[in-house]
Design a binder for this molecule. Structure first.
Ligand code: 5AD
Ligand code: SF4
Length: 442
């Protein structure tokens, strides 16, 4: 047995990074690392970084600057940078912050045990390759810990869409789907360890086309149906999707697979056809709205979620008004919206920027509308009875918090509830970011 050392991972960005951080912790478990939630207690600090928006790299450099003191006090402390900034910056990180010991890109996490051994030998380690060997296969060899009732499961990585603003095709690489049997094995293992809800992850998850057992490619819908046969798996979700990959079989699955939750994150980015074209989105506003109509025909109560970018290069007031119109036409229950920020290396970074004040003003107007919609949809839950998957104790004694099928956070007070329980809850109140309820029949 290797000696026990403490590992602190700070995770930025998307859910895939959360999944990756779990896998990295497992991978380093074999090198004697156990996770801690205190940076000042750690023998290794890993920053799992995100490069999607504004000044990502600069934020990582300032975070590293803040860690200098810890390193000075504890020279044996190892500091690593993982994730998309590691991929994008590579060796530059070691040049700018020589106290960094390890730089590892998202496609090389399975090599972490070898890299940790190099650190133990007093060397630095850098790996931003896109290796041929199967990262997930190698990562799966590690022993796994007990888990809570919800889990992420990466089924697809990378993106071939090349939206003009986005770094993902560069940092995560080309689209790759994991074989269906591997995903099903991992899902069965998660369920055996207490997981009741699995969220399938991919940068373009609905483009999933993993090899099936007979060698033919499985669609996401087919994968979801197979997951639906796993006894004990009560809930299935997936994120993030591109409108053009929302195939008929997936839409039908929303109406037929009981475990598939009525929530769909389907980013559109803009409501202006001119901007959508400049973004290289390869769909227009009308086709997006027709798509949502079809999805709602299959699953009328589905809660729609999306992403928007305001102030994309060339966006006029009229384009922005088109975005507001689209939002009004859809009625989102949840949304993320951002000011455009130029990402080095992407096509849009070469174009003239919209003024910062204009971006800020548009973002405020869009967010006001989105918040209003979100609130109205959430408030309309009051009086309804919905099944809640309870996840953990709430802030008050006797309280548990969990999620509705629509991903609303719900808290309820009840004796004898345990994480993983699913109970019908009557919703009695709607607060800004959560619902309150009582167990139905009490
Ligand atoms: N600027 C602003 N927002 C961006 N996103 C991606 N790239 C950028 C960028 N350069 C947003 C998109 C995407 C979400 C994950 O982040 O809305 O869907
Ligand atoms: Fe980025 Fe999503 Fe467009 Fe792919 S589909 S390039 S991940 S915004």
């Amino acid at each position: 047995m290797a000696e026990t050392r403490k590992l602190y991972i700070k995770t930025y960005g998307c859910q895939m990074n959360v999944y990756d951080s779990e896998r990295m912790a497992e991978a380093l478990g074999g090198s004697g690392y156990v996770q801690t939630d205190r940076a000042d207690d750690a023998d290794m600090i890993l920053l799992n970084t995100c490069h999607i928006r504004e000044k990502a790299a600069e934020k990582v450099y300032s975070e590293l600057g803040r860690l200098k003191g810890l390193k000075a006090a504890k020279p044996d402390l190892k500091i690593g940078v993982a994730g998309c900034v590691a991929q994008a910056e590579g060796e530059e990180i070691l040049r700018r912050q020589p106290m960094v010991d390890l730089v590892v890109g998202p496609q090389a996490y399975h090599r972490l045990p070898d890299m940790a051994a190099r650190l133990d030998a007093g060397q630095t380690a850098l790996d931003t390759d896109f290796p041929e060997e199967d990262k997930f296969e190698r990562l799966a060899e590690r022993p796994k810990a007990a888990r809570g009732p919800t889990a992420f499961l990466t089924v697809q990585e990378g993106c071939d869409k090349f939206c003009a603003f986005c770094v993902v095709p560069y940092t995560r690489g080309a689209e790759v789907s994991r074989p269906a049997a591997r995903v099903l094995d991992e899902a069965r293992d998660l369920v055996a360890r207490g997981v009741r809800e699995i969220t399938l992850l991919g940068q373009n998850v609905n483009a999933y086309h993993g090899a099936g057992p007979e060698g033919d490619a499985w669609s996401l819908a087919r994968l979801i149906r197979a997951l639906g046969d796993i006894e004990g798996l009560a809930r299935i979700r997936y994120t993030t999707s591109h409108p053009n990959d929302m195939t008929d079989d997936l839409i039908v699955a929303h109406g037929e697979v009981e475990q598939l939750m009525p929530y769909l994150h389907l980013p559109v980015q803009s409501g202006s056809d001119r901007v959508l074209k400049a973004m290289n989105r390869k769909h227009d506003a009308a086709s997006y709205l027709r798509l949502i109509e079809r999805i709602r025909a299959a699953r009328p109560d589905i809660l729609m979620s999306g992403d928007f970018i305001v102030g994309f290069p060339g966006e006029t007031d009229a384009d922005f008004e088109d975005t507001l119109s689209l939002v009004r036409a859809v009625g989102y229950g949840q949304c993320y919206s951002f000011k455009y920020s130029a990402r080095p290396g992407t096509p849009a970074a070469e174009r003239a920027e919209v003024a910062e004040e204009v971006k800020a003003e548009r973002l405020a107007r869009l967010q006001a509308l989105l918040t209003e919609q979100q609130r109205a949809i959430q408030d309309a839950m009051v009086g309804r009875v919905v099944p809640v998957l309870f996840e953990k104790p709430g802030r008050l004694a006797g309280q548990m918090v969990g999620k509705s099928p629509y991903l609303h956070a719900v808290h309820a007070t009840a004796e004898g509830l345990a994480p993983g329980d699913i109970r019908d809850v009557r919703i009695v109140e709607s607060a800004p970011n959560s619902l309150g309820g009582v167990l139905a029949g009490q």
